[in-house]
Design a protein around this ligand. Structure first.
Ligand code: TYM
Length: 351
């Protein structure tokens, strides 16, 4: 069966039926700020590799972003930027459905249904919820508490089996599996259990360049490299990355912040370049200044085409609108089928 879409006479994409033999993949990114290397290597990098061989649904999690009450006038620009940055990173909207979460009303419907199977106690124990409570004690809203339920609805609405995400989302995936199992045991087998997916097995965590926690859209922005950063900003941020005076014994264990620099180098530099610096580390003559200079240049070369393409796309509102509309159409077709099946099993089936 054919998949993807073709251009119709009026210039709109015409979606063809998804290939039923392909496994279903779902993942999302919140529209809360600029995308960074953590988003890229933790998630988008895998999306790009998966879009050919899987039936992919990638979305902008704009409802999730409402937990922190963004200014309404910023929302559209933020959503458009995430779409543009995804495409500039290699997502092909003709292969994968790329849509806004709020364009698929079946998601909040499933969220409501799953909320009946989610317990306050388990939601309060989620580490990301506890962090939010600690950081913003005056904004502990119910949306924050039920964040993992909405995430489960995002995934289960397409009955996905694979979810490419970074390490920070593993616990949320475990909850999505629990909700799927609970639904199935109450109403009958319906949802497959979704699993975290990465090509190279380990889920990635990109640390902040100052060695303090993970790279994030909102914290330590001077130690986060954004896909929109210009060349000089990238160089400056990398040259300021945390290092130390180097190992004093051969084959020492690497501190996490040095491992992080090697991980980034592994992602953007030639293998022989990374090998040279790794041997220098193991032999105790590494010069971190040289390593950072090399990494900065390789990172500039890596980010530049993404930044330029995303900026160009963002100027083309008509194109972004078309992509979102077509992505929503494809996502809704799949979501409507799931909701119909779930309603029937629950007994919401009156006519
Ligand atoms: P968000 O928007 O925080 O991040 C989007 C993706 O980027 C990954 N990521 C990282 N990976 C490695 N290192 C980092 N420093 C790093 N920072 C972010 C995240 O793991 C994620 O894959 N709740 C989700 C959005 C979401 C979602 C979903 C994801 C909503 N519904 C359903 C998958 C399926 C979030 O806030 O991601």
């Amino acid at each position: 069966m054919l998949t993807g879409c073709q251009h119709g006479r009026n210039g709109r994409f015409l979606y063809l039926a998804p290939d039923m033999n392909k496994e279903i993949v779902v993942s999302g990114i919140r529209s809360t700020g600029f995308l960074h290397l953590g988003n890229y290597f933790g998630a988008i990098h895998n999306y790009v590799k998966m879009q050919q061989d899987y039936n992919c649904y990638f979305f902008v999690a704009d409802y999730h972003s409402l937990t922190t009450h963004p200014d309404p006038k910023d929302l559209k620009e933020n959503v458009y930027r995430v779409v543009a940055e995804n495409i500039a990173s290699g997502i092909d909207p003709e292969k994968a459905a790329l849509y806004a979460q709020s364009d698929v009303p079946e998601i909040p419907e499933l969220y409501l249904i799953l909320n009946m199977l989610a317990y306050k106690g388990e939601l309060e124990k989620v580490p990301t919820f506890k962090d939010k409570v600690r950081l913003s004690p005056n904004n502990v809203n119910a949306g924050l508490l039920t964040y993992p339920v909405l995430m489960a609805a995002d995934i289960l609405i397409h009955r996905a089996v694979k979810v490419p995400v970074g390490k920070d989302q593993e616990q949320h995936l475990e909850m999505a599996r629990n909700f799927a199992v609970r639904f199935n045991s109450r109403y009958g087998d319906f949802f497959p259990e979704p699993n975290v997916f990465r090509f190279d097995q380990n889920t990635v965590k990109i640390m902040s360049l100052d060695g303090e926690g993970k790279m994030s859209k909102s914290e330590n922005t001077n130690a986060t490299i954004f896909l929109s950063d210009d060349d000089d900003t990238i160089r400056k941020k990398i040259m300021k990355a945390k290092t130390d005076s180097g190992p004093t014994a051969p084959d020492s264990e690497m501190p996490e912040y040095i491992q992080n620099l090697f991980l980034l180098m592994h992602m953007v530099s030639k293998p022989e370049v990374t090998d040279t610096f790794r041997s220098a580390f193991n032999n105790c003559h590494i010069r971190y200044g040289d390593m950072k200079k090399q990494l900065a240049e390789d990172m500039v070369a890596f980010v530049k085409p993404i930044r330029e393409k995303a900026a160009e796309l963002q100027k083309d509102e008509a194109q972004i609108k078309r992509i979102l509309r077509n992505g929503a159409e494809k996502a809704r077709a799949s979501a409507a089928e799931t909701i119909a099946g779930a309603r029937k099993l629950i007994g919401i089936n009156y006519y």
